[in-house]
Design a protein around this ligand. Structure first.
Ligand SMILES: C[S@@+](CC[C@H](N)C(=O)[O-])C[C@H]1O[C@@H](n2cnc3c(N)ncnc32)[C@H](O)[C@@H]1O
Length: 696
């Protein structure tokens, strides 16, 4: 044992000498400029600007495993406790310590579904202990890839990239913890291997005539490990996972950055080839689609039929004559999903699914207003607008001599430029979300974007509002009341997952998993993390801020958010910015192309029983069978319209596909489709009140 300790001590000393020598040679070569780091670029759209990466090696001698009381320490565990690097390591830790760029992505964390899923648990537990560890995020990302979640893999790989910037940039807020975490991992690697890597590096450095002057050296060894092992893996992960999601532009940008640093990396070359083959014409499209499901680890989706009391308390506040109940709806998705091993999973046995809907508790008169709901989950797409920051209603006109609003509004925030239409809105904003975003320079994020990106940008803004609400109210983002009970039109996945045989990495196909959630790296990953950073939220340490949570929220918004052009109030001239909102009670009502209510939305959203019903049922021999009875009787379902019902069947179906997630199967659509010559389209002018459309 003594002999062993003696040899460890001398290897250790050799390692220190090597590291110091290397530091004096500044072997890392190229300097990292502040501009080239991922985090400092976060405000720009361009991923491709990075120079060859660079070590930000520091001036101090590296922190090598210490000697205590003359005793060599073989290396701390990842949480700082002493341990040997061997079979005693947990499964996740062994993967982390064993990460090498010589391993192919397809091999990292490979195993059957149960094994890989268990690995996810180990990694999550380690994440709680050590949230700033570059290789931990690489293993996280690889594990997600093995489970067939390239979108989640891209999110974790991006965090790894941000942290590797932090390790190299001593001015980065996360420099110290990222540096220490990486040091802890490297301390667990066999000394012989560490020395061998440093020696190779020394050889390269000595033969490099153009090396730069040493500056700000901190730990050459960490930088060598980053460059030799972790960064190649990060670029491979980003390129492959984003290609696999269909985000070709981002995938290409990362593979180009990777290849600029590692031109001979055969994996990166393969991925770049796949990306280039997938592009259409000259453009790399960013039109990703990913799985839309209740992730197997998502314990936040409640069984809503057990929460009807709570839901109905919320409903009574905004609509005293309405209640929420279970309802059977036609299944919109194909009813069988093939698992990768061929096992079918039924989406629905009888072509119907049980969801929720809204019903009348009492008779309702024609033209009666039955719901008035104000939401603070609202956003708009212009940087300079004349809308209330909280409810997105039009601001009172200050140029008029009479009082502009009943309480003398508009009101400004004392500390930033946010404007509110009323005192109530200002108070609510302060209570629900505003302090988190106040004066944080996040106003311009996802605003004034090109037309084609408008809806993605609005959804991202909704996400940011929910994240601010969660932080301000001390909730998990999936527990924020405005989104908690919303069903995200998730595919039934759990059963399929259990049959999953492994991801076919080099196939863009979905391997039996339907992909219906739009995904764009910029809007789903980079901008949300950038905004969180501005809000001073530590998204490395706080597990509430991960891409699977963002995706779950996006799925909820996509089925329920309403959009409108503002500026339609009397007295206003032009249409203003596009406004988008989620009204959690209003959106419980299901769609029909023969609706019994109509709606209008300004600072609040309102539902009215229709004054007159259109004759949209099928006539038999030219005669309508039922009397045309406006108003709604007790027990009848409230049927809203998500698209303009005056349109013809083809247009309505196209629209409903987006807003509903499938083909509308209401009785009007069914008979019109069978009986095209009787298409019941009516002149738009005869339709009351509809100026707004629901789908973003
Ligand atoms: C705004 S939500 C309506 C409330 C929803 N039923 C619930 O349980 O939360 C929209 C979703 O309800 C379902 N839905 C609404 N109207 C439907 C219809 N006419 N046919 C089939 N599904 C419908 C679809 O799944 C759609 O994505």
């Amino acid at each position: 044992m003594e002999a062993y300790e003696e040899s460890v001590r001398s290897v250790d000393a050799a390692l220190r000498r090597l590291n110091a020598t290397l530091a004096s040679y500044n072997l890392a070569g190229k300097k990292q400029t502040a501009q080239s780091s991922e985090s400092s670029k976060a405000g720009t759209q361009n991923l491709a600007t990075s120079k060859a990466l660079p070590p930000n090696v520091g001036s101090t001698v590296p922190n090598l495993p210490a000697e205590k009381n003359g005793e060599a320490i073989s290396g701390p565990t990842i949480d700082g406790k002493r341990a040997a690097f061997d079979a005693n390591m947990s499964v996740g830790l062994r993967e982390i310590v064993g990460l090498r760029a010589t391993k192919k992505l397809t091999e990292i964390g490979k195993g059957d579904w149960h094994h890989v899923y268990a690995q996810l648990h180990h990694i999550s537990a380690l994440h709680e202990e050590t949230p700033y560890c570059v290789p931990l995020y690489i293993v996280f990302a690889s594990t997600y890839l093995q489970l067939g979640y390239p979108d989640l893999a891209a999110g974790e790989a991006y965090k790894a990239l941000l942290l590797s910037d932090a390790v190299r940039d001593s001015s980065d807020d996360f420099h110290e913890p990222a540096f220490e975490s990486l040091r802890d991992v490297i301390s667990l690697i066999p000394l012989e291997e560490r020395i061998a890597l440093l020696k190779t590096e020394l050889g390269t450095s000595l033969s490099n005539a153009n090396r730069e002057e040493p500056e700000d050296q901190e730990d050459v060894e960490l930088d060598v490990w980053l460059r030799e092992h972790y960064l190649p893996l990060i670029y491979r992960l980003l390129s492959l996972s984003l290609w696999s999601c269909g985000c070709l532009r981002s995938a290409h940008e990362f593979s180009q950055r990777g290849l600029a640093l590692y031109p001979n990396d055969s994996e990166l070359q393969t991925y770049e080839k796949l990306i280039v083959e997938a592009k259409e014409g000259l453009s790399f499209a960013e039109s990703g689609k990913v799985r839309r499901e209740v992730y197997p680890w998502n314990n936040f989706e409640v069984d809503r039929k057990n929460c009807l009391d709570e839901l109905n308390e919320m409903m009574t506040e905004v609509a005293p004559k309405l209640e929420i109940r279970e309802v059977k709806l036609p299944a919109l998705h194909s009813d069988t999903l093939a698992a990768p091993n061929g096992d079918p999973t039924k989406y629905s046995d009888d072509g119907f699914v049980t969801q929720l809907g809204v019903f009348a508790k009492e008779d309702i008169a024609p033209g009666e207003r039955i719901l008035e709901e104000t939401s603070f989950l609202t956003v708009n797409n212009r940087l300079l607008d004349a809308l209330c920051d909280a409810c997105s209603g039009t601001l009172p006109d200050l140029s008029k001599s009479e009082p502009s609003s009943s309480d003398g509004g508009p009101f400004m925030c004392d500390d930033c430029e946010a404007v509110f239409c009323s005192l109530n809105c200002r108070d609510k904003a302060m209570e629900l979300y505003h302090p988190i975003v106040c004066d944080r320079d996040i106003n311009s994020i996802a605003k004034d974007v090109p037309v084609l990106e408008t809806s993605d940008a609005l959804y991202t803004q909704l996400l940011l509002r929910v994240l601010a609400m969660a932080e301000q109210q001390g909730l998990h983002p999936l527990e924020v009341p405005e989104v908690r009970f919303i069903w995200g039109d998730f595919h039934p996945f759990k059963a399929v997952a259990e049959h999953f045989q492994g991801y076919k990495f080099l196939e863009p196909a979905s391997h039996g998993f339907p992909r219906s959630l739009p995904f764009d790296f910029e809007y789903n990953v980079r901008l949300p993390f950038h905004a969180l950073e501005k809000m001073d939220i530590d998204y490395f340490a706080d597990a509430r801020y991960a891409v699977w949570i963002f995706n779950t929220l996006f799925a909820k918004f996509r089925g329920t958010a309403s959009a409108r052009l503002s500026g339609k109030q009397p007295g206003t001239q032009a249409r203003g910015p596009e406004v988008c909102a989620v009204h959690p009670m209003w959106c419980m009502a299901n769609h029909s192309c023969d609706p019994n209510v109509t709606w209008e939305w300004g600072s609040s959203i309102n539902l009215w029983a229709m004054e007159e019903r259109q004759r949209w049922e099928r006539p038999v021999d030219g005669q309508y069978q039922k009397p045309n009875k406006p108003g709604i009787t007790k027990g009848e379902e409230i049927l809203n319209h998500y698209c303009d019902p005056t349109l013809g069947i083809k247009q309505r179906r196209g629209w409903a596909q987006g807003a509903l997630g499938g083909k509308c199967m209401c009785s009007r659509c069914e008979w019109e489709e069978q009986d095209k010559e009787l298409d019941s389209t009516i002149a738009k002018e005869s339709w009351p009140k509809v100026e707004t459309e629901r789908e973003v």
